[in-house]
Design a protein around this ligand. Structure first.
Ligand code: SAM
Length: 252
């Protein structure tokens, strides 16, 4: 993630983004601050308006945790599991739909690196406008090609290493995904409901795919204190199910 931006973290963990400029800049939630002083203090505690802040370089998780939202986003818990299983690494060619707020877009762009290629499609231009701003702030804009497109009607790319679908009816885009993947390419879908998973599995069984499986990722944060180490009461509830498959040309 672009460290031209910096993050001011307060004692309660709240994060404020400092834009890449010198001199006096405006920071959401804090007003006018001296960016030159902040830039000279990476890793240190500084006082602003009598309050202490740590000056941090933003991580990908910081970027995901503070994005501008315009639709339900995929969070860190599911992104980690998804990236590993679709093999999203440097140089990979990936297409995702829908773009939404661009949470997954940022993680995929980060994973494929400068040598990779990521196409991100959404039916709605408003979603793409918000996602573009989020991706730019993370310094990943050069890696993403945004397209207004309905992926159920066809996928505007070929020989892809992976297709990721976070749309209400991913099953309707499974045939187009098969066409767009290269042999052994990965398909992943994210769906909040079991009914969606069942429809998707049916569509996957109707085409040559292997390794079809669905998982739910459960994460519990621990509160590590001097006395009473235990899971946090603020458990992350249900998010969604991840379904995976790989395109093949023949089956048994
Ligand atoms: C839940 S949001 C995606 C969130 C996104 N994955 C994120 O992490 O921020 C679903 C998006 O899919 C888009 N969408 C729905 N059907 C679509 C389709 N057939 N083709 C492309 N985009 C679609 C919607 O407009 C919406 O923005």
């Amino acid at each position: 993630v672009d460290d031209a931006y910096l993050v001011l973290m307060d004692a309660r963990g709240r994060r404020h983004w400092v834009p890449p400029a010198d001199g006096v800049v405006r920071v959401d939630g804090l007003g006018a601050v001296d960016a030159t002083r902040i830039r000279a203090s990476v890793g240190r505690r500084i006082e602003i308006g009598g309050r202490p802040f740590l000056v941090l370089r933003p991580s990908l998780e910081d970027a995901l945790g503070s994005l501008e939202r315009e639709a339900q986003t995929i969070g860190a818990k599911d992104i980690g599991a998804l990236l590993l299983r679709i093999g999203a690494g440097p140089g990979a060619r990936v297409l995702e739909a829908g773009t939404g707020s661009g949470s997954l877009t940022m993680a995929l762009a980060h994973a494929v690196g400068p040598a990779g290629a990521l196409v991100s499609c959404d039916l709605r231009r408003e979603a793409i406008d918000v996602a573009r701003r989020n991706v730019e702030r993370a310094g990943l804009a050069g890696r993403v090609e945004f397209r207004v497109a309905d992926v159920r009607q066809g996928i505007p790319a070929k020989d892809l290493d992976a297709v990721v679908l976070d749309i209400p009816d991913p099953w309707a885009a499974v045939p187009a995904a098969w066409d767009a993947l290269r042999p052994c390419g990965h398909l992943a879908t994210f769906s909040p409901n079991m009914e969606q998973v069942k429809e998707t599995a049916k569509a996957l069984r109707a085409k040559p795919f292997v390794g079809v499986r669905t998982i739910e990722v459960i994460e519990r944060e621990m509160e590590v204190r001097d006395v009473g180490v235990r899971p946090s009461h603020a458990a992350l509830g249900h998010t969604g199910y991840l379904t995976f498959a790989r395109k093949v040309l023949d089956t048994f």
